[in-house]
Ligand binder design. Structure first.
Ligand code: FE
Ligand code: FE
Ligand code: ZN
Length: 276
């Protein structure tokens, strides 16, 4: 089954996102748990959450992705910044229980000059703090482009975080195509990159794909997303990604610079490239 969607705004509530997804041909989607730049989270309407759960079930959606705000940094050298990240992560995970069985994706963070060793240790500690055996959400570490002092640009760094987390059965990885390309991995040599992922992390941890083309060449560490086919990765490679036997049943989510009409076109385009 081809599960494909895009990033949607949550400002009109949960059920509205589900309806919008249906209108644009999506059967999964992603949303920010709160304003990506701010911190205030809207109060959850349990009935609205239940209506979305019904819609997702009726229309056989794949798990959906909630995305943490990018402003949190659990790997910061600053204690208050780390405490804020812990508060947001814990609060988001408790809110996710209104939508059980889905995915919560976050950027591991930036070590802000302490070195990746220290950053990895802090992210590990944060996850050991916020994960609970009772949660119904899988928390995904996103592969990063390696901009600035970002950690998680190599599969090995992500593996070290997974190894340090006690409840790592609650964890997974979201592979962002723009980010891994910008980090230096080749998507043109897809089998090689997936073999490397399997060797370092294990493919069983791969739970979702962010589908983005990249404005910049491989290894540039820039993180500038482009529409599918309008960047350096190219449509041909995306055709191979969505049809690859180990990827083809995962939820794919676009985070390309598009409005809703653009996403609808991009979804239709990619559906046309999928060899059912
Ligand atoms: Fe992200
Ligand atoms: Fe992403
Ligand atoms: Zn990005």
């Amino acid at each position: 089954m081809f599960y494909l969607g895009c990033h949607l705004s949550c400002s009109n509530g949960f059920e509205t996102m589900g309806k919008t997804a249906l209108e644009i041909g999506a059967n999964t989607f992603q949303f920010f748990t709160r304003n990506p730049r701010g911190s205030q989270a809207k109060r959850i309407d349990p009935q609205d959450a239940q209506r979305l759960r019904n819609l997702l079930e009726t229309h056989s959606f794949a798990p959906i992705l909630a995305h943490a705000p990018y402003t949190i940094n659990p790997a910061s050298s600053d204690l208050r910044t780390r405490q804020f990240a812990l508060d947001v992560l814990a609060d988001d995970l408790s809110r996710m229980e209104y939508l059980p069985g889905n995915l919560y994706n976050f950027h591991p963070g930036s070590h802000t000059g302490q070195g990746s060793e220290a950053g990895i240790r802090l992210v590990t500690e944060a996850l050991n703090e916020v994960l609970t055996p009772y949660q119904h959400t899988t928390v995904l570490l996103e592969t990063m482009a390696g901009k600035g002092t970002e950690i998680g640009q190599s599969f090995e760094e992500l593996k070290r975080i997974l190894d340090g987390v006690k409840l790592n059965g609650k964890l997974g990885v979201c592979l962002d195509t723009c980010h891994v390309h910008d980090a230096g991995y080749s998507l043109a040599i897809l089998d090689g990159t997936l073999a490397e992922f399997d060797k370092q992390i294990g493919l069983k941890y791969l739970k979702a794909i962010h589908l983005n083309d990249s404005l910049n060449p491989r290894g540039s560490h820039k993180d500038r997303h482009a529409p599918i086919g309008a960047g350096k990765i190219g449509a041909k490679t995306f055709e191979r990604i969505i049809n690859h036997p180990v990827l083809k049943d995962l939820p794919f989510c676009l985070e390309t610079p598009q409005d809703l009409a653009g996403y609808k076109r991009e979804i239709a385009f990619l559906r046309g490239l999928y060899h059912s």
